[in-house]
Design a protein around this ligand. Sequence first.
Ligand SMILES: *Cc1c(COP(=O)(O)O)cnc(C)c1O
Length: 495
Amino acid sequence: MQFFSTRDQNRKVTSSQAIAQGLSDEGGLFVPESFPQVDVKALCGLDYPALAAAVVREYLTDYDPAFLTEATRSTYGAAFGGKAGYLAPVEGDTYALELWHGPTSAFKDMALQLLPHLLTVAASKTAEGKTIVILVATSGDTGKAALEGFKDVPNTKILVFYPEEGVSPMQKLQMTTQEGDNVGVCAIHGNFDDAQTGVKAIFTDPAITEKLAQKNMMFSSANSINWGRLVPQIVYYISAYCDLLKDGSIELGDKMNVVVPTGNFGNILAAYYARRMGLPIQKLICASNANNVLTDFLQTGKYDRNRSFYTTMSPSMDILISSNLERLLFDLCGQDDAQVRAWMDSLKQDGCYDVGRSMLNKLKTLFAAGCCNDSRTKMTIRETYNNTHYLCDTHTAVAVDVCKQYLLRTGDNTPVLIASTANPFKFSASVLSAVGNGQVESSDEFGMVQELSSLTGEQVPPQLAGLAQKKQRFTKVCERDEMKNVVYEMLGIES
Ligand SMILES: *Cc1c(COP(=O)(O)O)cnc(C)c1O
C-alpha cells in the first residue's frame, strides 16, 4: 500500500514514511492509494485488539504483522480496562460509543496509545538513530493524550502548545502536571487555530528542519493530520457495528447512522473511511458547536473561515480550520490533487473556497450537519440526564442535540451511533451547572468534581481525581511568534 499527498500525487511514500513524516513537505496530507474492503462478518468474530490488528494491517503493509498484533494487544488491553470501543444504550435506537475509557479520559487515547508503537518502528525504518520530535497543537485533549502516549518513549521528545484561555481547568491541569523526562508543555496567547498554524509553520520551515537535522533530530506530528492517528479510529466504528449485531439491535448488512462531535474532522473522517471499507454506514452526521463552519460548508459547499471565533464549553471543537476535511475532498473529487491545491491555496489566501454544485451533491448524499450553541448544550446535558440517566460531557452533548435535530427533520429511523468523546468529569463546571440547574456550591475544580459525583452517583476516573495532589511543572505562556524559540529552547538548540 502506497500513500500520496493530497496536494501532489507524485509524492508517494510507504506507510511508515507517512507516519514518520506526519505531513507532506509541501503541506499536503498523506492518504492511502485505495481502501481495502473488509469482511465485516469475519471481523466480528474477533476481540478488539485482534480486530484492530486486522484493520490496521490493511494499510500498514510495510510493518511486520506479528508486531501489529502485539502492539494492538498491549495497547487495547489493560489500559482501557476492557472497554475499548464500549457501547452504551442511551434511548430507543440511539447508542453512545464511549471512547474515553483510556488513561486521559478522552477518545484521543484510542489512537494516541497506539501511535508511539507505530512511530518508533517507522523511525527505525526510515530514519535510524534519529530522535523524533513530536510537535503538537492542542485544543485540550490531544495534548494530554499525546503526552501520556509518548512520555519516556526512547528516542522521542514531545512538545505541546495549547491556547491559554481555550481549555478547561481539568485539561490544563492534566498537561501542566505531566510527568516524564522527554516532555514539554507551553501555553500560547491565541486560540487553537493560532497554535495549529504556528506548529504547521514550524514543520514546514526548512531552516528549522535543517537545525534539527544537525542535531540528528526530525519532526513528526501526533495531530490527526498524521495517518497513524486516523487508522486506529476506523477500528471502533467496525467494532461498534459488531456489538450492535451481537446484541441483536441490527442484522448483518443493516445500516447505521453515525453522529460525531467534530473539530478537526479526524474522527468523522475515520467513520467515512470505515464506510469506504464496506461498513454499512448510511449517514455521517457532523455535529459542531457555535464554531459552525462545517455546518455551513456541508449545507452550501462554501467553506468560509472569515467569521467570529467563539470560545465554548466544548473547547476541543473550537476550530475554524478543520484540517482533515482536505482528505475527504481529495477522495470525493476523484483524487484531483491540482483541484485540492487550488482550494487550499484559496483557504490560505482568502480564508474561503467553494467546491461547487457537483461536489456539494456528493457531500449531501453522504453527510448531514448541524450545530448547537452553549445554552443548548447545557439543556441537552440536563434533559438527557433527567430522561435517560445518561450523563454526557459537553462535546458528546453537542452530538446528542444535533442527532435530535436530525431525527426531527428527517424522521430517519436507522439505528444511531453517537461518538461519546470525553468523560464528563473533564468538564465538571459546565456539566454540574447543567444537571444542577445552575446551583453550584463549590468554587474550585475538585470541589465541583466531587459535587457532580455526589449528585449523579457517577465515579470520578482516578487519573482525574489524582491530579489534585500533583505538582504543576509547566506554567510558561508565550506569544504566537515566540513558538519557534520555545521549540529551540526545549531541544537545546541555539536560535
Ligand atoms: C478532539 C475532540 C473532538 C473533535 O474530534 P476531531 O477528530 O478533531 O473532529 C471532539 N470531542 C472531544 C472530547 C475531543 O477531544
